[in-house]
Ligand binder design. Structure first.
Ligand SMILES: [Zn+2]
Length: 170
């Protein structure tokens, strides 16, 4: 699993003074540069791995605050939406260059659905980290379970896209 963390240390409180504001801006810029760098590295890692294993990449559509990225192996990232949008851009760009397919999927129920039996229930999500299916009893890491669902949705989107595609334009 890959996680992107923001820079450590406390943010200066914006008290309205010029120097405080300047410092805050500087830190924000530094943080954005840091995230951008990380995003490039993560995107490269994901695309390279997808290329190596002949896998596609399935991304949750941007809706909430945090989003997940799923490759076949659990290489997940948890990011804020602007950072995720940037990462998605980098992934799409690098994947296109490498000829790796990328699909975007609807994130609905990915956290509540059991990846083993398909049962959807809010109660399946026992805690932030734990998934326990109320129907079949499977116990899994919540992120991993969700990742399987995202991958499955990605496959469905990919297959549907292929089937509906009219003869490729030359
Ligand atoms: Zn189940």
């Amino acid at each position: 699993m890959i996680r992107v963390s923001t820079l450590k240390g406390k943010r200066p409180q914006a008290k309205g003074t010029k120097s405080a504001k300047r410092l805050l801006k500087k830190r924000n810029r530094r943080e954005q540069r840091h995230v951008k760098n990380q995003n490039h590295i993560i995107a490269k890692t994901i695309v390279t791995e997808a290329e190596r294993t002949s896998a596609g990449i399935s991304l949750e559509e941007l809706k909430g605050i945090r989003q997940r990225v799923r490759l076949r192996k659990p290489q997940r990232v948890a990011l804020h939406s602007w950072a995720f949008a940037q990462l998605a851009d980098f992934i799409v760009y690098k994947a296109r260059r490498a000829g790796v397919p990328v699909v975007f999927v609807d994130p609905a129920h990915t956290s509540q659905r059991c990846c083993e039996c398909g049962h959807i229930d809010k109660k399946n999500r026992a805690s932030q980290a734990l998934f326990t299916c109320r129907k079949c009893g499977v116990v899994a890491h919540a992120d991993r379970n969700a990742s399987h669902n995202i991958a499955r949705k990605g496959e469905a989107v990919w297959t549907a896209g292929r089937e509906s595609r009219v003869p490729a334009t030359p």
